[in-house]
Write a protein that binds this ligand. Structure first.
Ligand code: ADP
Length: 227
């Protein structure tokens, strides 16, 4: 599903590489947690996957798409395979829950009928039925993150990248979000989660990949994490 072969990313000739010959293989339907201190290279890795950044050297293949031969016009196709959620939700403040999610489908050219059919299903999946007409400012942090997750998965991506999705949430809401990610994973989506939350990492008992100074320093099934 995700393959990196000796990937190096340097942001400038005189800078130390943000990623240094990283090789990695993630199977379809895995749930992987990416850990590492600030500046370790996690965001760079995620940006390479979403093609916001290009590697300096090395090979990347995601969902059968070889990035070496990927043309710019095919990037939307790639982004369709990868849903992303962030710590700060990035919702549209003037739009309701329904509209925030529908927006992703409007851009994709879906008809109103398809949108009316699809959005309630994903709202149900994330447990927000009844909140369709609420605006983001009327929701708790945990609910906002659920909307962001709904928007990220509404087009049924193969991969969901969750970059510190619990960073702004209290422990209870954090666990709600993690359980939701597990549910989405169970339905067949590969999940890549970054987090600094030691308790979440240690309780989840999932594969944990630790990055430090641009290198993978450990990769354990059912891994644990100390800060
Ligand atoms: P993390 O997400 O683990 O905090 P990053 O991938 O953001 O780590 O950063 C890894 C290294 O790359 C850091 O030294 C950071 O300063 C550097 N870096 C990240 N983005 C850029 C950029 N756009 N330009 C220059 N250096 C960058």
């Amino acid at each position: 599903m995700i393959l990196l072969d000796r990937v190096t990313k340097s942001y400038g000739k005189d800078l130390k590489p943000a990623l240094n010959r990283v090789s990695l293989h993630i199977e379809p339907n895995e749930f992987v947690i990416l850990v590492g201190t600030s500046g370790a290279g996690k965001s760079t890795l995620l940006k390479l996957l979403t093609r916001e950044e290009k590697p300096t050297t090395g090979k990347i293949v995601v969902g059968g798409i070889d990035y070496d031969t990927l043309k710019d016009k095919h990037i939307p196709l790639l982004r369709r395979k990868i849903g992303v959620v962030f710590q700060d939700f990035k919702l549209l403040p003037q739009r309701t829950v329904f509209e925030n999610i529908a927006f992703a489908l409007e851009i994709a050219g879906m008809t109103n009928r398809e949108i009316r059919n699809t959005v309630p299903k994903v709202i149900d999946l994330v447990g927000l039925t009844g909140k369709e007409k609420s605006f983001p400012h009327e929701l708790s942090g945990g609910e906002r993150q659920r909307v962001a997750i709904a928007r990220a998965v509404v087009r049924q991506p193969k991969i969901l990248i969750a970059d510190e999705p619990t960073g702004n949430l209290d422990p209870r809401h954090s666990w709600d979000i993690v359980r939701l990610l597990e549910k989405i994973n169970k339905y067949g989506t590969t999940v890549l989660l970054t987090t600094h939350n030691v308790e979440i990492v240690n309780k989840l008992k999932r594969r944990v990949i630790a990055i430090d100074h641009g290198k993978i320093v450990s990769d354990q099934a059912q891994g644990s994490y100390r800060q």
